[in-house]
Design a protein around this ligand. Structure first.
Ligand code: SF4
Ligand code: SF4
Length: 347
């Protein structure tokens, strides 16, 4: 039996996605998105990558099909990522086909290296809604010429996606801040390459101002976000007060079916259970998940990994969290939260 959940009227106005969580006073988890790690294998080894202690693996199609059944009614948006390069999965086309009858909207996050060969097939998959190309993976290895060539491939893919309709492409430069001159130089090089390839009339750095996203063409945009550190049990404690959207906005299902609260838990430190063995809803409404979610609602960071996670600090800048009232305890609510930078990706 689940516990009684209520929402304040103020909170209902500000967080409609949580209102849908409450069904006759009983918590029914509904998340904005579910990450599915379809592979841990990658064709790069970026210097900033957190990596994983788990072995390279590809998700079994039978498990993937079972997950689609289980996610029904929980999320509409699926993000094929946590670790690894999703375009390496030999069954990616089949996976996208399986998503279509359910009406899932699939977002792929890729380092772009396989887009020239995989792109034409992807365009034929109606379930695919967005392709995010991570630009920070360019900084380690690519010469200016190679960068121009790869960005041209993405540009051409975006233009064919515009003809297809319903498919957006996003360059992600999640590498800002920190005052590191080397990184700033690398970012400037990436932006100059984009300016060349897209024949932009003005420098991107000037055009962006402090906007998190700028639109480049009808269906192509560029997103900026600060660089983040992968949380790890070996990192120093940050504190036990704060908020995060893990299990409120998203969960992640790793390649073997292990469910974790967010896409930063790359080593399954917060293993909530296996969706290969138990229903996902049971796991998301289980005791450990419940403690984490309720903890964040009270600005109480329950899990050790979360106490060491610096990513969540960005949410502390936003007044108080969108709290929910649990049982009879009063919950205050405010601040919709900076959802623009949520959606952590490793590449
Ligand atoms: S605090 Fe960090 S580790 Fe914990 S759920 Fe949020 S992003 Fe994940
Ligand atoms: S950051 Fe992404 S692209 Fe780079 S090695 Fe890690 S998983 Fe691969």
């Amino acid at each position: 039996m689940g516990k009684k959940w209520t929402l304040s009227a103020r909170h209902e106005r500000r967080s409609p996605w949580l209102v849908r969580n409450v069904n006759n006073g009983r918590l029914r988890v509904k998340l904005r998105k579910t990450y599915i790690e379809i592979t841990t294998a990658c064709n790069l080894s970026c210097s900033f990558c957190g990596g994983t202690r788990r072995a390279p693996q590809f998700m079994d199609p039978a498990l993937f099909a079972r997950l689609l059944e289980q996610i029904k009614g929980i999320s509409r948006h699926l993000y094929f990522h946590v670790m690894g390069e999703p375009l390496l999965h030999p069954q990616i086309g089949r996976f996208l086909d399986l998503c279509e009858p359910y009406g899932y909207k699939v977002h792929l996050i890729t380092n772009g290296r396989l887009l020239s060969t995989a792109g034409p097939g992807l365009l034929k998959k109606p379930a695919l809604t967005q392709v995010g190309v991570s630009l920070q993976s360019f900084e380690d290895t690519l010469s200016d010429g190679a960068m121009d060539s790869l960005l041209s491939t993405v540009r051409d893919f975006a233009s064919r996606a515009a003809e297809r309709g319903g498919l957006w492409v996003m360059f992600r430069l999640w590498n800002g801040g920190g005052g590191d001159p080397v990184r700033a130089g690398a970012n400037a090089r990436i932006l100059r390459s984009l300016e060349r390839v897209l024949a932009l009339p003005a420098p991107l750095a000037a055009a962006s101002g402090d906007k998190p996203v700028i639109k480049l063409t009808a269906n192509l945009s560029l997103q900026f976000a600060p660089r983040f550190e992968w949380p790890d049990p070996s990192m120093p404690l940050v504190g036990d007060a704060g908020f995060c959207y893990g299990l409120r906005d998203q969960c992640a299902i790793l390649v073997d079916g292990t469910v974790v609260p967010c896409c930063l838990d790359r080593n399954a430190v917060m293993d909530l259970g296996s969706a290969a063995r138990s229903p996902l809803r049971e796991i998301l409404e289980g005791e450990r998940a419940d403690r984490i979610r309720k903890g964040f609602s009270r600005r109480n960071v329950v899990e050790d990994l979360c106490r060491r996670c610096t990513y969540r600090l960005r949410f502390d800048r936003l007044n108080s969290p969108p709290a929910i009232s649990i049982g009879s305890s009063a919950g205050s609510s405010s601040a919709a939260g900076n959802r623009r930078t949520w959606g952590i990706q490793p590449s």
